[in-house]
Design a protein around this ligand. Structure first.
Ligand code: ZN
Length: 908
């Protein structure tokens, strides 16, 4: 999946307990009757499953299944009735079906039914917004029928869809369409066959009335593949970027990895109600529209960039995930970490490689670092988990990506691809784990990677301490490295890791004396280099390992690197370190009641960067970006978020005012309101720098800046630039009187586009000019009240948590707004319950222990209020136990009056 999914019930699994399935199901034939008997949303499913015993044993067949009505069961065509004994009939448990016909091989036929419109959880088969869609990863398949619903059981699927073509235009499933029959009663039966074995989680079915664009891709071996991208008719002209991205991804995977597509058809379908980013179902991807639609009228540059990346990600899964899948869900990092690495490499090759790497590192620090530091810390390859949908974490995805990046640095490109080639040769068609991936690299390169495996099997983030000295007598620069790996009960044993340290040495005149990747695998080690006196080390270039760098840089050394490092990533990195350092010092003095005064050297550095004509525009815009409040907060215990924002704002305003004319010049040089929007590296860079200048001009808090913002808002002919002006207006005090007018105007201009309305919602929710009353208005806005997609709820409540003043209101009201929404998603009206989404929103409380006492207590009170919800899903419960401790959580639950129904999701 492309990040973020759902099932309330599944027992905790431990990797050590892994056993292969007792039975396999090599063939599955499903017949879906959609809108059965003309009833909107009614689904009837007849599933014929070939079941074969695996090995020598006499255990009964236990199948997973929940949520639906069970209408009939047959074994080899003979009806079976309900029984208490699986030898004489079928035994229906709460989420299992047990039979014991005493046969090594037989056909089980099961008929199930439910109304897909009532499936608000958006897992299994659901019909919301008028379209049938499935989501089966991780454990959604069992919400349609009974199955051996685990990734190491693979089947060849044949799917018949019976539908009324006057109501459903597109009836799609995995594989190739092999037959279609008019049944004569106004219904059509369409057959799909997928020749490849796949686990249940990769099954998909869509039934909708979407528009489609099509194209053809000819593979390296000369096969023609039909490509189809589907979305609501009004979005048809926003699909071309996805199609082009898909073709680029197919070509890139052939050129770089030597991997070709295997089916005759590749389909991609948008679904507004999709909980996740996107899903790599074999030959039939389902996408959140956020990652599929791109049009100048409703998508910004970042959207275009992410569409290309996620299209690539899901396509690349066809080999890393589908052809070779995971043995059990705790190995998720095998397919996701590797596929993130592949999509990041693809994005780097397609666009600005340096800017892409900086963005990837910023994402890792923002999303993954807090997991490492908080109660949710876990190894990328987990030992146990309760709720499978909770394992789709940034640690699995983003840190997993970094692990593969390190592997390539250690083995070199050739060695890495030799290992990958052996992995596909050995394991195509199999379900494996990270050991097989790393093992193939070790064997192909004849190296021992046992220590490297610790990156997968151990959690927490090592800190890398670096200091240095110069031996004048010998003319040697000496670099001393020490690693401190945290010891975390059940997560990390503290053993040293192998850390690739991408290193450079810069002489006082700016020349590079050394550049190499040091393999640091001990507790401590000293590296020596022949060098002149006065060199400055450039450490962890490209962020060569996911560690916290604790380097003994003097400020002047950082100023030197920021202006002179031959590695552009590390110039950016030096600026970040410098500014972080300064702001943290400023915060410390503000805590003591002192005044933070920005350093004139920092202002001069920003001026130098801004006016350096040799820098790439997009990279320059990133270099001129001050570390976010979130990144600063991570380094402060007992934190006062209002004070952090204040200190950061002081620096931003100083950079803005002191360099005002430079910003105006840069803006004028890069502004262009006449040319039509084009998405390419040059234009993207120009717009990034123009809008960075606009941001600083606005941040001056000078009323003189306001007309410029208004002009850009009015003159822009594309969403990207209009949005930038809108954000500036919504966050500036001098525009507060007009905020409501702009808020309504931006909405009116974009209300026909769902992704743009999501964005509008998020911008308004997080805006400085939005207070508690206007947040409530926003929630009650006609569009937000009626349109309750996961995207919209995330826009509102992640927007809220990004609104520092509102979320961290001293009376705790911001926390309560979020907690109340989570409680609604857990135990509100049945069709609005979405435990997967609720559990995601809980993440906004992850760092609650790090805040100053009064906020910490109020956050904790809100977390406890969630624990006292009338009903609570396994998803959210698992996290609350980690936040509060198991005993405290259990005590809170005990105090809750036992709910009348124990089910999280009602059966139809
Ligand atoms: Zn994925």
């Amino acid at each position: 999946m492309g990040a973020f999914v759902m099932a309330e019930k599944s027992s905790a699994i431990r990797r050590a307990d892994y056993q292969p399935p007792k039975y396999f199901t090599p063939e599955v034939h499903m017949t879906f009757y959609l809108d059965d008997n003309g009833v909107d949303g009614q689904a009837r499913i007849v599933t014929k499953t070939k079941i074969t015993r695996n090995g020598q044993h006499n255990d009964p067949v236990i199948l997973n299944g929940e949520y639906f009505n069970l209408d009939s069961v047959k074994v080899n065509g003979q009806p079976l009735s309900a029984s208490a004994d699986p030898k004489t009939g079928y035994v229906k448990g709460e989420d299992t079906l047990t039979i014991d016909p005493g046969l090594d091989s037989f056909e089980l036929e099961v008929e199930t039914s439910f109304n897909a419109k009532e499936n608000g959880a958006a897992e299994g088969l659901y019909k919301q917004g008028g379209s049938y869609t499935t989501q089966c990863e991780a454990e959604g398949f069992r919400r349609m029928t009974y199955a051996v619903d685990r990734p190491d059981n693979m089947a060849k699927f044949t799917t018949d869809i019976i539908f009324d073509p006057s109501k459903i235009k597109n009836a799609l499933s995995n594989g190739n369409m092999t037959d279609e029959q008019d049944l004569g009663n106004g219904l059509i039966r369409r057959r799909w066959e997928d020749p490849f074995l796949k686990p249940t989680y990769l099954f998909a079915l869509c039934g909708n009335n979407f528009a489609m664009i099509e194209d053809t891709y000819t593979t390296a071996s000369g096969r023609d593949v039909k490509l189809e991208v589907y979305a609501e008719p009004k979005y048809k002209d926003g699909l071309q970027h996805s199609m082009e991205s898909l073709k680029r991804a197919m070509k890139w995977d052939e050129d770089v990895w030597g991997l070709e597509y295997d089916l005759d058809k590749y389909m991609v379908v948008a679904d507004d109600y999709f909980n996740m980013g996107a899903m790599e179902n074999k030959g039939l991807n389902v996408f959140n529209p956020k990652y599929l639609l791109a049009h100048p009228a409703y998508a910004d540059d970042a959207d275009y960039y992410h569409v290309e990346g996620v299209i690539g990600h899901e396509y690349f899964h066809n080999w890393t995930g589908n052809r070779v899948t995971v043995r059990n869900w705790l190995e998720l990092c095998l397919k996701e970490g590797l596929t993130v690495f592949r999509d990041q490499s693809f994005s780097a090759d397609m666009s600005n490689a340096l800017a892409t790497r900086i963005e990837n590192v910023m994402t890792l620090k923002r999303a993954q670092f807090p997991e490492d530091s908080g109660p949710l810390v876990h190894a990328p390859r987990m030992e146990e988990a309760e709720e499978m949908n909770n394992i789709y974490t940034s640690t699995v995805y983003n840190k997993g990506g970094e692990i593969n990046r390190m592997l390539m640095q250690i083995l070199g490109k050739d060695g890495f691809f030799k290992g990958a080639g052996l992995y596909f040769k050995r394991h195509d068609g199999e379900a494996v784990g990270v050991e097989e991936w790393v093992g193939a690299h070790a064997d192909a390169n004849n190296v021992n990677l046992d220590q490297f495996m610790l990156w997968y099997t151990q959690g927490g983030r090592p800190s890398l301490k670096a200091d240095w000295a110069y031996d004048e007598g010998r003319g040697k620069f000496m670099l001393h490295l020490v690693q401190n790996v945290p010891t975390i009960d059940g997560v990390s044993n503290g053993a040293p890791r192998v850390i690739p340290v991408n290193f450079g040495l810069i002489a006082p005149d700016g020349t590079e004396i050394a550049a190499e990747v040091l393999e640091f695998n001990a507790d401590r080690e000293t590296f020596e280099f022949d060098a002149p006196k006065g060199c400055v080390p450039s450490l962890m270039r490209g962020f060569s390992a996911p560690v916290t760098l604790d380097a003994g840089y003097a400020r002047d050394e950082l100023y030197f690197l920021a202006a002179n490092d031959t590695d552009m990533f590390n110039r950016w990195s030096a600026i970040q370190m410098l500014v972080e350092d300064e702001l943290l010092d400023g915060y410390d003095s503000a805590v003591q009641g002192g005044q933070y005064t920005p350093s004139s050297k920092t202002i001069a550095l920003f001026k130098h960067i801004l006016n350096d004509a040799t820098l790439d525009n997009e990279v320059k815009a990133l270099m001129l970006t001050i570390p976010s409040v979130g990144v600063l907060e991570q380094q402060i215990f007992d934190r006062d978020p209002a004070l952090i924002r204040e200190v950061r704002k002081t620096l931003e305003q100083k950079i803005s005012c002191d360099l005002y004319q430079d910003w105006i010049n840069t803006y004028q040089l890069n502004a262009d309101f006449n040319s039509a929007y084009e998405y390419n590296m040059t234009e993207k860079g120009r717009r990034a720098l123009m809008n960075k200048a606009l941001h600083y001009i606005a941040a001056s808090e000078e009323i003189a800046a306001y007309p410029l913002l208004q002009a850009q808002y009015t003159l822009s002919n594309n969403f990207n630039d209009k949005q930038a002006a809108f954000v500036a207006i919504m966050n500036r005090e001098y525009a507060a009187a007009d905020a409501a007018r702009y808020r309504d105007d931006f909405y009116a201009q974009h209300k026909d586009y769902v992704t743009a309305t999501d964005r509008w919602t998020q911008i308004v929710a997080s805006a400085g000019n939005t207070d508690a009353a206007s947040f409530t208005d926003l929630c009650n806005h006609a569009d937000n009240k009626n349109n309750i997609t996961a995207n919209r709820i995330r826009a509102l409540y992640n927007g809220l948590s990004g609104n520092g003043a509102l979320f961290h209101a001293p009376d705790g009201s911001g926390y309560k707004l979020l907690a109340d929404k989570i409680i609604m998603l857990e135990s509100g009206p049945v069709d609005q319950r979405n435990p997967q989404l609720a559990s995601r929103l809980v993440d906004n409380f992850t760092e609650f222990k790090e805040y100053k006492a009064d906020l910490r207590d109020k956050m904790r009170a809100s977390i406890e209020s969630i624990a006292r919800a009338p009903e609570i899903s396994k998803n959210t419960a698992e996290k609350l136990k980690k936040f509060l401790g198991v005993n405290e959580y259990d005590a809170l639950r005990k105090a809750v009056v036992a709910p009348s129904a124990p089910q999280n999701t009602p059966k139809p």
